[in-house]
Design a protein. Structure first.
Length: 232
C-alpha cells in the first residue's frame, strides 16, 4: 500500500509534527502488511516499533497467565499504537497483542529512531501525550462500567462506543454497520460469548440490531443508547 508523508498529518499523535518531521519519520520507517488474523506483535515481544495503521482494523488484546483474553481497544486507520518503546528506555515489551481483524497495513517506525526524534523535538511528545490521555480516559470509563453497570448495559455501551469510533453507515442513513463478531464484543465488554449471543438475539428480536457472523448492524441507535443508559 502506498503511504505518503502527507498522509501522516491525519495521525493525532503526530499533530505537532512539521512537514520536515513527517518526511523524516516516513524515511526511517517501513510498511508492514498483515493478513486477517495475523499479528503485528505479541504480548511480551520486545517493543521495537511504533505503528501507524494505514488500512484495515487491528485489535489490541491482553491475556492473563490462564489464557483469558480481553480486547482493550480497536485501532482504526491513522491511529498510532505500540508506542511504549518510544517513550520508555528500559527495554520495554509490548503489554498487549496486536492482531489484524482484516487485511491490514501499517507504517512501522523503529523506536530507536522515534525516541531520539522525540528527545530532539519535545513538541512531538505532546501529541503522544494527548493520545495516551484519551486511551487512559477510555479505560477508566470501561472500568467504571465493569464495576457499576449490569451486563446488558456494558454490552450496549460497547456497541455505542464502537459505533461512534468505527461504525460505517449502511444504505439506510439510520443504520450503523460494525464489522465485529460476538466474541470481539464479549472480550471488549468483559463478559462471555454466551451472554453476548443471548443479548444480541434479544435485541434483534426487538428490532434494535441485526447480527451476522462477523457483523452487527445497529438499526435503532437511539434505542441502543437507552439500553446503555439503563432506561430500556
Amino acid at each position: 500500500m502506498d503511504i505518503s508523508p502527507d498522509a501522516l498529518k491525519q495521525v493525532v499523535a503526530l499533530q505537532s509534527a512539521t512537514d520536515d518531521d513527517l518526511h523524516l519519520i516516513y524515511k526511517n520507517s517501513v510498511v508492514r502488511s498483515v493478513e486477517e488474523d495475523g499479528y503485528f506483535f505479541m504480548q511480551g515481544d520486545e517493543a521495537a516499533y511504533s505503528y501507524v495503521l494505514a488500512s484495515g482494523q487491528v485489535k489490541l488484546m491482553q491475556s492473563n497467565p490462564q489464557g483469558q483474553q480481553v480486547n482493550l481497544r480497536t485501532i482504526s486507520p491513522w491511529q498510532m499504537y505500540g508506542a511504549i518503546g518510544a517513550v520508555r528506555k528500559d527495554n520495554p515489551v509490548y503489554p498487549v497483542t496486536a492482531q489484524a481483524m482484516e487485511n491490514s497495513a501499517a507504517l512501522a517506525i523503529p523506536n530507536s529512531f522515534f525516541r531520539s526524534a522525540l528527545e530532539e523535538r519535545p513538541y512531538l511528545a505532546f501529541g503522544i501525550m494527548n493520545q495516551m490521555t484519551s486511551y487512559i480516559q477510555e479505560i477508566q470509563i470501561r472500568y467504571r462500567e465493569l464495576a457499576t453497570e449490569k451486563v446488558e448495559q456494558r454490552v450496549a455501551n460497547t456497541l455505542v462506543r464502537l459505533a461512534g469510533q468505527l461504525g460505517v453507515r449502511a444504505t439506510d442513513e439510520v443504520k450503523i454497520e460494525l464489522a465485529f463478531s460476538r466474541q470481539d464484543v464479549a472480550e471488549m465488554s468483559g463478559t462471555t460469548l454466551y451472554t453476548v449471543s443471548r443479548l444480541l438475539s434479544e435485541w434483534e428480536r426487538r428490532g434494535v440490531i441485526k447480527a451476522g457472523r462477523e457483523k452487527i448492524i445497529v438499526v435503532k441507535p437511539h434505542e441502543l443508547v437507552r439500553i446503555a443508559d439503563g432506561k430500556a
